[in-house]
Design a protein around this ligand. Structure first.
Ligand code: DX5
Ligand code: ZN
Length: 224
């Protein structure tokens, strides 16, 4: 976990794709800590997004940014992970349903020098995490069904954030919890209270008319 207590990860899925350089720059200038890069393949989710060449181009423009690659692809292969790591990813997460040898894939991600995360869909139970802590840097709890920005947080997923937090504490696991889906200034504090410390924010940031106002509102809500 970085030194700041809470991190905001801006999801470029909701950015203006034809003005992405401008939008990412504005995100970093206004106080977004991490750039969340959603990779979709039309198999794991019913949508399609960004490939590694695209990440490489962004990395070239933003050499110091933290790029958080969320792989919503099936199957996840070492080849795919290699491509995104080489393109400049700092964090890489994938979904357990899309991978037969999860421990091996997490090890592979760490060996590439990236933080390794497992992403859990709303209906995916967290119990497998107990056997994986040694290879995990973070857990990405999906608070919506993956595939699209702008959805509403599913309340039952917050219980899972609390469950993951409790399990990690019981096992003395050094991980951080990231949440993804429907995070906004009106619910971020509540979600933080369950144990999340990294918040993916797509539409509530990139969809805002004034992005400085949007990020300030998120920070202010967290400070309450
Ligand atoms: C959904 C993606 C999210 C999405 C979040 O499948 O994983 O990262 O961009 O967008 P909002 O914040 O609008 O729910
Ligand atoms: Zn995501």
């Amino acid at each position: 976990m970085e030194s700041k207590h809470f991190l905001i990860a801006g999801s470029i899925l909701s950015a203006d794709l034809l003005n992405l350089e401008r939008d990412v720059k504005e995100a970093l200038d206004t106080g977004v800590d991490v750039i969340h890069f959603d990779v979709m393949d039309y198999h794991f989710v019913p949508n399609m997004t960004f490939g590694p060449a695209f990440l490489k181009a962004m990395r070239a423009k933003f050499p110091n940014a933290i790029f958080d690659v969320h792989l919503m692809v099936s199957p996840v292969t070492e080849n795919i992970v290699d491509d995104y790591a080489k393109a400049g990813a700092n964090w890489i997460s994938f979904h357990p349903e899309a991978c037969t040898h999860i421990e091996r894939m997490l090890t592979h991600i760490q060996e590439l020098g990236c933080k390794a995360g497992l992403a859990l869909n709303p209906a995916t139970p967290p119990q497998l995490l107990r056997y994986l802590w040694a290879k995990l840097d973070f857990v990405l709890v999906m608070t919506v069904n993956p595939g699209f920005g702008g959805q509403k947080t599913i309340p039952a997923t917050l219980t899972k954030v609390a469950d993951v937090k409790t399990m990690a504490e019981m096992d003395d696991a050094k991980i951080f919890i990231e949440v993804d889906g429907g995070v906004k200034d009106s619910n971020i504090k509540e979600i933080a209270s369950y144990g999340a410390s990294v918040f993916v924010v797509g539409s509530a940031f990139f969809g805002a008319e004034n992005k400085q106002v949007a990020i300030d509102a998120l920070h202010k809500a967290l400070e309450k």
